[in-house]
Design a protein around this ligand. Structure first.
Ligand code: SAH
Ligand code: SF4
Ligand code: F3S
Length: 468
């Protein structure tokens, strides 16, 4: 897809905006190309969309082909070891490219850079990198580029303290139909396995007016769906004046004319309140979908993980959600092999998965992260045990998802058409309100519209149908 849209919007209330920062940038791209390689979660995806937005505004163009790029940016993730390994592998390959093309600018940013000593380690291994920055200062990238271009220096700036939120950054979104909108940054939860709070800082919420303005601008450009992003959206609003809760924000966004669908992620089970469940039930634009990471089905392990809920409380919450929101799609994240996990704990997880009957699940093998409490726990689970449990979990999850999908055979569902199918340009793809992926035969003119699709074949991870 090359029909990217760039969104700029009016900013209320904020002290500092991107427009102030941009004044110091004098270089121009003149059509030269940049490539961004993004690892990790939607937070990084959104940051990359902003990097792209800022570069396009000074005249650069985006390319997917690294060979024709004058700037290559790596936006890194460190949530698990394999995410980091991918980055190291890719940086090594760039040496040859840089030798062939000395004027190539290589930048590296994202969560990995916020880890203690990581930036220095990377620079000593890959000295040909030109710009290194972290998650708190990515809006300064054009400024750094300016310095490299004008002074011929290497720039490294990692900020370890979160700053006030900078508004008004242009965003160059991948889709023209649905958009991510970050409503809060950071995480205060410190789950014992997780590195995110260390690399993304403490929770900060955006002013509701800025979020609304951004969504209204998106709608005026033709966008139909937004996904509100945060590590724990349920604690949205803490510290804002006047007071506002996440449920209040959802109800305000539901009033925006022309918007069709609203989703959000992630909900921490300890903070998902009744008023959010009721907002989903009562607001027509809020989709019947909740991403509710459980991580483990064993109360003992949950305690060790510092998740602040028990198996019983989680199941109670799921029961309430299912009672209030018929046809709701519930998805989750599960970690296998957390330190001290016994076969019995694992069976608790398996049974919970079967009881909840998730509509989709992301399953992960526990990965030791330096500086987190779980890394210092002594009873680490051996690799082969982890892999065996992981395989058994995936089998159970797939069986449930396949069975739940098969219930859609013959049904008519409402789909927001996002574009053509990934593997077959002659077909269309979109999602149901409860987030099921549907590939179907239909009219290309309906991209960006809501259509009814009759399901003719249910596959393991998606549905297939025809527009009716
Ligand atoms: N804030 C979100 C997402 C965090 S990262 C949340 O709380 O759900 C996405 C997922 O990565 C987590 O839900 C968790 O399942 C997984 N994860 C985090 N740290 C991990 C680690 N050290 N090893 C394996 N999986 C991990
Ligand atoms: Fe990590 Fe837990 Fe925060 Fe999610 S809630 S980002 S898993 S510390
Ligand atoms: Fe990775 Fe950072 Fe997201 S560590 S999972 S990209 S918040």
């Amino acid at each position: 897809m090359n029909n990217y849209k760039k969104v700029e919007f009016n900013v209320n209330k904020n002290k500092r905006t991107y427009q102030d920062i941009e004044k110091n940038v004098t270089i121009e791209g003149n059509g030269k190309k940049f490539a961004i390689i993004t690892y990790g979660c939607q937070m990084n995806e959104e940051d990359s969309e902003k990097l792209s937005g800022m570069l396009k505004r000074i005249g650069y163009e985006k390319t997917e082909n690294r060979d024709e790029a004058s700037i290559i940016i790596f936006n890194t993730c460190c949530v698990r070891e394999n995410a980091e390994n991918k980055v190291f592998g890719n940086l090594g390959q760039l040496k040859a490219l840089k030798e062939k093309k000395p004027e190539l600018i290589i930048a590296i940013c994202g969560c990995m850079m916020q880890q203690k000593d990581m930036a220095d380690k990377i620079l000593s291994t890959f000295p040909y990198i030109d710009i290194v920055f972290g998650t708190h200062n990515s809006y300064k990238f054009p400024e750094y580029l300016n310095r490299v271009k004008q002074e011929g220096v290497q720039v490294k700036e990692i900020i370890n303290k979160e700053e006030e939120i900078v508004e008004g950054i242009p965003v160059d979104r991948k889709s023209t139909v649905k958009a991510f909108v970050t409503i809060m940054y950071g995480c205060n939860n410190f789950c014992t396995y997780c590195i995110v709070p260390y690399v993304r800082g403490r929770e900060r919420s955006r002013e509701p007016e800025n979020i609304e303005n951004e969504i209204k601008e998106l709608v005026s450009q033709g966008y139909k769906e937004v996904t509100l992003l945060g590590q724990n959206v349920n604690s949205y609003g803490v510290g804002l004046e006047p007071k506002i809760t996440f449920a209040d924000l959802l109800r305000r966004i539901n009033e925006i004319d022309g918007l069709e669908r609203v989703r959000f992620m992630t909900s921490h089970p300890k903070d998902l309140t009744e008023d959010v469940i009721m907002a989903i039930k009562e607001c027509d634009k809020l989709c019947e979908q909740i991403h509710l990471p459980v991580q483990s089905g064993s109360s003992r392990i949950l305690k060790e993980m510092n998740r602040s809920y028990t198996r019983e409380q989680y199941l109670e919450l799921v029961k309430k959600i299912k009672k209030e929101i018929p046809d709701v799609g519930i998805s989750t994240d599960i970690i296998i092999g957390f330190p001290g996990e016994t076969e019995e704990d694992f069976q608790d997880t398996l049974n919970l998965v079967k009881e909840v009957e998730y509509d989709s699940a992301f399953t992960f093998i526990y990965s030791r992260r330096k500086y987190t409490p779980a890394d210092r726990m002594e009873n680490q689970v051996p690799d082969e045990v982890k892999h065996d449990r992981f395989n058994r979990l995936v089998e159970a999850v797939n069986e449930i998802i396949g069975r739940k999908n098969s219930e859609y055979d013959g049904k008519v569902v409402e789909v927001l058409v996002e574009g053509t199918s990934k593997n077959d340009e002659t077909k269309l793809m979109g999602r149901t309100r409860n987030a099921r992926l549907v590939n179907f035969v239909g009219n290309k003119e309906n991209i960006g519209k809501l259509v009814n699709v009759k399901i003719t074949k249910a596959q393991s991870f998606s549905l297939f149908g025809e527009e009716v």
